[in-house]
Design a protein around this ligand. Structure first.
Ligand code: ZN
Length: 306
């Protein structure tokens, strides 16, 4: 199931992809079957496995109805065409409880930066104001031009996880999204912690889909590609991860409880702009796209910070 947060004429709601061109509103589609489902994905995930199962049921029923009553479903505000005016995708998880990220987590990326392979995951945070939506502009900030792309697989947690072993870690995952851990390299070097360089406004888009784990049983078997202006810049299998998704969950949950809707950017593969010769940076007018197997395309234009 591809879960989404969509906005229509300014209102943001939880939905699911009916097919590649249509979204259903989960709360409205579930009316008549007991309490309607929550109208935002964070609440849906926090409501547990039962709510996800009901979402699956509502989607299946909507697919059956859509085959012969598409117009009625549009009129009822249950189905939307993703191309219609006023419709947009938003980051699937709006305001996650926490957004973590992993540095230097692909072998070839560690090599291209000249870093030695880390012995343990390098965990940092993406601050709330850095998180942003598909389609919305990434800013080249007033104070730096060293803006780099980092296409990443993002994990969305589905159940409270504390002291979880690697062997069971994937049971705690709700699904996966494309992500872009935009990085301001000069600010990243200002201090030992990367909060500033990774924390600029608009520098953490995710989406457009949160694809549930039934469709992605193995997060280590995906292909991740990043394009700038349709030129391929990053192309890596996620099996090049130094610390795979189960290992990250085991390690992080030793310290903190991971909660439903928490997100983890798992690190970027080789091919970033900083490591190129000559170095390349995102500039206003560029378009950057992250495309991971089964997760769709996350596309963001680049503009000068207004
Ligand atoms: Zn990163």
């Amino acid at each position: 199931m591809r879960l989404v947060t969509y906005t229509f004429r300014g209102t943001s709601r939880a939905g699911a992809m009916l097919d590649d061109d249509h979204v259903i509103d989960l709360a409205r589609a579930s009316e008549g079957g007991g309490d309607p489902l929550p109208s935002d994905l964070l609440s849906l995930l926090r409501a547990g496995d039962g709510a996800l199962e009901r979402a699956r049921g509502a989607l299946a029923a909507a697919q059956r109805r859509f085959a012969n009553d598409a117009d009625g479903m549009r009129a009822d505000g249950i189905a939307f065409d993703v191309h219609e005016p006023g419709f947009a995708f938003a980051a699937p998880i709006q305001r996650p409880g926490k957004a973590l990220a992993i540095g230097l987590n692909y072998r070839a990326h560690a090599a291209e930066t000249g870093a030695t392979l880390p012995e343990r995951p390098i965990v940092f945070t993406k601050v709330d104001t850095s998180l942003s939506d598909p389609g919305t502009p990434i800013h080249v900030p007033k104070v730096s031009s060293n803006v780099d792309w980092e296409g990443e697989l993002v994990v969305v947690i589905g159940r409270d996880a504390r002291h979880v072993s690697k062997a069971h870690a994937l049971d705690y995952v709700a699904g996966y999204m494309n992500g872009q851990d935009v990085s301001v390299r000069d600010f990243q070097r200002h201090a030992a912690t990367w909060t500033m360089g990774k924390g600029f406004d608009t520098h953490g888009p995710t989406g457009p889909y949160l694809v549930t784990t039934d469709e992605i049983p193995d997060p280590g078997a995906l292909q991740l590609r990043t394009y700038v202006n349709d030129v391929l810049k990053q192309d890596s299998a996620t099996n090049d991860l130094i610390f795979d998704v189960p290992t990250l969950i085991e390690y992080i949950s030793q310290a903190m409880t991971l909660r439903p809707g928490d997100i983890i950017f798992t690190g970027t593969p080789s091919g970033v702009g900083q490591a190129r010769s000559p170095q390349e940076w995102l500039t206003p007018g560029d378009t950057v796209r992250v495309s991971i197997s089964k997760l769709g395309d996350l596309v963001n234009p680049v503009i000068a910070e207004p």
